[in-house]
Design a protein around this ligand. Structure first.
Ligand code: ATP
Ligand code: MG
Length: 266
């Protein structure tokens, strides 16, 4: 029988890990032996040129894409063979590079609808110390709280199709938060945002991490990445070419040659 993990071991353990993930599409290696770690209470960056394999790695983590090799662990548990909904119940949530919102629903309803995971996800909720199925008024209250937290209250009753793309990106984040995740994967969330929207968004990410959430941020806005991330992994042609803090990454010759030299870091 295995002994229970010590408190220190649990605290040091990443909330999300990939170990040696490889994804092949025919003869093309989209992700090549990639190991990354995402810690609770911090924002971890995942950057690299177009086609580097970032979205494919996210798809593998969430269970939409089967890896050719390697493992995915959530809070130390191997979930490589688990269905996406089971990973969601373990606290994994994401947003999509191409927005996946209900355009003809209001901002409020787009967020609220994600609360349904608690109705179908008894195990997830009860297993984390919750009281089980939430009531309608709890969902309403939680939706209001998230609208406030993400700065969307003023557009809550507008259809998503009527708000700017930059704010629709935040709706996706709020909707993901409605599932009460422990780890959140964001795929280019600042794309389409104005400078002011990105400033507010950076503050939101820092606040969410301070509350204990583990965030993995895929983003081409390098000033944003350098500002909010404590640790960054860099992919190029499917391989991880560097991992480190923002200063290490910005001064890494291989990263500058492959990516940063072609992007703007203010
Ligand atoms: N379903 C698929 N079938 C075949 N090839 C794919 C598939 N999905 C992705 N690819 C290829 O895998 C590689 C990685 O793509 P991916 O979308 O993961 O890159 P990315 O880092 O997210 O790029 P971007 O910054 O442009 O979003 C690319 O060469 C892409 O063309
Ligand atoms: Mg992508």
């Amino acid at each position: 029988m295995s002994s229970p993990d010590s408190e220190a071991a649990v605290a040091a353990r990443p909330i999300l890990e990939t170990r040696g993930i490889t994804v092949r599409f025919g003869g093309h290696v989209a992700v090549n032996d990639v190991s990354i770690a995402v810690r609770a209470g911090a924002v971890t960056g995942l950057i690299g040129p177009n086609g580097a394999g970032k979205t494919t790695l996210f798809n593998t983590v969430t269970g939409l894409q089967k890896p050719t090799a390697g493992r995915v662990l959530i809070d130390g548990e191997d979930v490589t063979r688990k269905a996406p909904y089971k990973r969601a119940r373990k606290g994994l949530a994401r947003t999509f590079q191409r927005l996946e919102l209900f355009l003809s629903l209001s901002v409020r309803d787009n967020i609220r609808v994600a609360g349904d995971i608690h109705h179908t996800g008894l195990v997830h909720h009860a297993g984390r110390g919750g009281a089980g199925v939430r009531h309608r008024r709890d969902l309403d209250a939680e939706t209001d709280r998230l609208l406030e937290l993400t700065g969307l209250t003023d557009v809550a009753d507008q259809d998503v199709s009527d708000i700017p793309t930059g704010r629709a990106r935040v709706v996706e984040v709020a909707r993901a938060l409605m599932t009460d995740p422990r780890v959140l994967l964001l795929d280019e969330p600042a794309s389409g945002q104005t400078e002011k929207e990105t400033e507010d968004f950076a503050e939101l990410l820092v606040r969410l991490a301070a509350d204990g959430l583990g965030i993995c941020l895929v983003e081409h806005d390098l000033p944003l990445v350098m500002k909010v991330c404590s640790h960054i992994h860099v992919l190029d042609y499917g391989s991880c070419i560097a991992s480190g803090d923002p200063a290490q990454i910005q001064n890494d010759p291989a990263v500058v040659a492959a990516y940063i030299g072609t992007e703007e870091v203010a």
